[in-house]
Design a binder for this molecule. Structure first.
Ligand code: GLU
Length: 455
């Protein structure tokens, strides 16, 4: 593959649970590399395990990727592609690289125990290759269906891992892997390899739990006449306790984080940057995050992920959010706000939905305002009297405050707190300087005097 040709990457989850932050790390690394280099990002649903795969998880995965901002360019599912795998299995059998085995699980277990007892590695002894025709016929007569193993070439297989650097595995140290079960169903390995070849995948970025599969996969690809893609195996995310994340146990699922109001871009930044040489930091866009992706920056140690950090990262992500992005989301809630509103409030948001609250504070009568404290009534009336004429802009607040300060003699909290309470109904919030022009003189005047506001 020449470096200039657009790459093809894929994310290949099994639809057996909800995606968690660790899965998002894999998905994002693939999608962002594709995005940065003008390539293709494929969602491949590894659903050959019919008993555990569910359509609702497949739909949830697609929804999660869309939420993260990385919808795939192409979506395939392995259950639609079984003929391709059968064809590949046929070719491997014809080439003498796939062979029938008849051992039961119990027999294999016993073999491994004996090997261990003799201090030998528990590698499959290839006894099936030595079966006579008579023995095969007997198994067939007994109705024993074979499972099928790939004949490894027992050599050093090397690849240059995008994260881990040069890797070498002697496949003589591995058991010939079972590719097809006795019931004819495929284990993960062959479909994965066949799809990577058929879909022209140029680069496989996945968790380091797959490092041990890589030498086997390279051998199978070569046996099928293909060229291996580039492989990169990233460290896995763990909980702060060191416990691994589990799809089955529903750890840190993306849908739960979404329901909590955590920003997708914050989840993305955390998922991609934790456990790398770069600090976890908020970003303004996925393109900015893509620019920070560097596989060689990824640490070899597990990456500890603390969910406690997400709320603050999410807030800091909102503080950077460009108006164009916020505008789309505000419009979806029926809020047609201008950039001045967004710039006035974004630095104060913990969650995006807080923006709707501040919109109402600026542009609609306050639902419930506590009456001003008796000692503030006259002060607020004087402040109302000092309001400058419109038009108002960013400097209005400063000159108004200077005037109130001079006439009232108040300063600090005694000055600012009653104003904020009267104008917003709250003790804290965005800078009043930004809110004032949005509220307009009539509304501000009414609130200061405790009178009926314009609608
Ligand atoms: N379905 C596999 C998994 O979720 C895919 C592994 C791969 O990327 O090759 O672990």
């Amino acid at each position: 593959m020449s470096d200039a040709s657009p790459p093809v990457l894929r994310f290949a989850p099994s639809p057996t649970g909800l995606l968690h932050v660790g899965n998002a790390r894999t998905a994002l690394l693939n999608a962002l590399i594709a995005r940065r280099r003008g390539g293709t990002f494929i969602l491949r649903l590894d659903d050959t395990d019919a008993a555990r795969s569910r359509a609702e998880f497949a739909d949830a995965i697609a929804a999660d990727l869309a939420w993260l901002g990385i919808p795939p360019d192409l979506r395939v599912r392995q259950s639609d592609r079984l003929a391709l795998y059968a064809d590949a299995a046929g070719r491997l059998t014809a080439a003498g690289r796939l062979y029938a085995c008849y051992e039961s699980e119990e027999e294999l277990d016993l073999k491994r125990k004996l090997q261990r007892a003799r201090g030998l590695p528990p590698v499959y002894d290839r006894a099936a290759l030595r079966l006579t025709e008579a023995e095969r016929a007997r198994y067939a007569a007994e109705g024993r269906a074979p499972h099928w193993r790939f004949l490894l070439s027992q050599r050093e297989v090397a690849w240059n891992d995008g994260v881990r650097g040069p890797q070498q595995v002697d496949t003589a140290s591995l058991s010939d892997p079972v590719l097809v079960r006795a019931d004819g169903s495929f284990l993960y390995t062959l479909p994965s390899v066949v799809d990577d070849m058929a879909l022209g995948v140029t680069q496989v970025v996945r968790g380091e739990d797959h490092v041990t599969n890589t030498a086997v996969q390279i051998e199978i690809i070569e046996a099928l006449g293909g060229t291996p893609p580039l492989f990169a195996h990233h460290n896995l995310l763990t909980l702060p306790s060191g416990e691994g994340l589990s799809k089955r146990l529903g750890h840190l699922s993306l849908s739960a984080l979404r329901a909590e109001g955590i920003e997708a871009l914050a989840v993305a930044a955390a998922a991609v940057l934790v456990g790398t040489a770069r600090p976890v930091q908020p970003v303004a866009s996925l393109d900015d995050l893509a620019a920070l992706v560097d596989l060689s920056d990824i640490s070899r140690a597990p990456a500890r992920f603390d969910p406690q950090d997400l709320a603050s990262l999410s807030a800091r992500t909102l503080h950077l959010m460009p108006f164009a992005v916020a505008r789309r989301r505000l419009l979806a809630q029926g809020i047609d706000a201008g950039e001045a509103f967004w710039l006035a409030v974004r630095g104060n948001l913990l969650r995006f939905e807080d923006a709707a609250h501040w919109w109402r504070v600026c542009c609609a009568p306050l639902a419930a305002t506590a009456a001003a404290a008796p000692e503030d009534v006259a002060f607020l009336a004087a402040a109302a009297a000092a309001l400058p004429a419109e038009p108002w802009d960013g400097s209005t607040y400063g000159s108004w405050i200077a005037a109130i300060k001079a006439t009232s003699g108040r300063s600090g909290k005694a000055l600012f707190h009653p104003l904020r309470r009267a104008l917003t109904g709250e003790d804290r919030g965005p800078e009043l300087a930004g809110l004032l022009p949005l509220m307009g003189r009539a509304r501000v005047d009414a609130r200061l005097r405790g009178m009926q506001e314009p609608l």
